[in-house]
Design a protein around this ligand. Structure first.
Ligand code: ZN
Length: 342
């Protein structure tokens, strides 16, 4: 039962082997061809979305599927004018919609907008098709990333310095969107959720993380009430100590943060860890031997879920993505490891 193994791994329980997969997009051009489901339709049609997401299990051999391939679903549903891209480009939006916290007007009706509803329908399809054979992971964005989307990144970051109280009020309002969408995805059938909040080091210092986001992430863990995987891009070694205090179940870390053993040392034994395989160096430019080397280092460091570090580039190699599950299974067989405990 891959679903149980995956959820045990997310919650840092002992498992017979490390779980395999990612809470961010694993879609590439090659995977779209294999699935016969393509961007942008796979962002907008629940059947195509589910058809593409399920290949994470059926073609790549991962223990989890995750159908929200972009960062824009809930933001599009509240009014951001998103361009949904094409086979070679991820969706994007270059336009802010609000200036201050007093502009933020949210209603639960956003769940009826096609941009928010499509992933809910896809999650329901995936859960029905996969049952307990594979975990279904949803994805929501935290209020820091939503702030980038609705105010624009520069405007948001300038105001963290010029008007921090306004930003705190905005975060307080935007977190309701995260909670609503999380609960709707759980109701649709998601077993767990990735919470992406792009408080990355070059845009948010460790003290800013502690002051603006640690209390919010702690509250989200309590209010959402399902196994949560926090994803932050880039080098995060200076805030893993704060993240472990949030009681989030699992942290999806980027290899720019350092060697898996170093991340495990910073995370301690109670915070589950996901990742270990680098996107550019290995999945895009590397070989199966490079995948094997990073899988081996991740197993030795007690990484609970081995997979890509972040949303993979659309031109990453399918054979390298597939090699992650092959190598985990091979190495576990060869070493005869009975338990993945940290
Ligand atoms: Zn990332």
């Amino acid at each position: 039962m891959s679903a149980k193994l995956f959820l045990d791994a997310v919650t840092a329980k002992n498992t017979s082997r490390p779980a395999i997969g990612s809470g961010t997009s694993i879609v590439t051009e090659e995977l779209m061809t294999v699935a016969d489901a393509y961007f942008p339709q796979a962002h907008q049609d629940p059947k195509d979305m589910a058809k593409l997401a399920i290949t994470g299990h059926t073609i790549l051999g991962y223990d989890v599927v995750m159908p929200l391939f972009s960062v824009w679903h809930e933001s599009a549903a509240i009014g951001c004018p998103v361009k949904w891209g094409d086979r070679l480009h991820m969706p994007d939006c270059g336009k802010a919609i609000w200036k201050t916290d007093s502009d933020i007007k949210l209603s639960k009706d956003f769940l009826l907008h096609p941009a928010a509803k499509t992933p809910l329908d896809a999650i329901a399809i995936l859960k029905k098709e996969l049952g307990n054979n594979c975990a279904v992971c949803g994805k929501v964005f935290g209020p820091w990333t939503l702030g980038y989307h609705v105010f624009g990144i520069e405007e948001f970051l300038v105001n963290t310095l010029l008007d921090p109280d306004m930003i705190k009020r905005a975060i307080d309002k935007l977190k309701q969107l995260t909670i609503w969408y999380a609960k709707a995805q759980i109701e649709a059938g998601a077993d767990c959720l990735l919470l992406a909040d792009h408080a990355t080091r070059d845009l948010c210092g460790p003290d800013m993380y502690r002051d603006f986001l640690l209390p919010v992430h702690t509250e989200l863990v309590e209010k959402i009430g399902c196994p949560l995987i926090l994803h932050i891009c880039g080098d995060t070694k200076d805030r893993i100590g704060h993240i472990r205090q949030s009681r989030i179940h699992c942290f999806h870390w980027d290899t720019k943060s350092g060697h898996p053993q170093k991340i495990r040392d910073l995370a301690g034994t109670k915070l589950s860890l996901m990742g270990g395989i680098s996107n550019i160096e290995t999945l895009y430019a590397g070989t199966i031997e490079d995948v094997a080397r990073q899988v081996d280092a991740s197993i030795k460091a007690g990484i609970n879920i081995i997979g890509p570090e972040c949303a993979v580039p659309l031109n990453a190699k399918l054979e390298n993505l597939r090699a992650i599950s092959d190598q985990v299974n091979l190495l576990i067989r060869n070493t005869g490891s009975a338990e993945n405990s940290i």
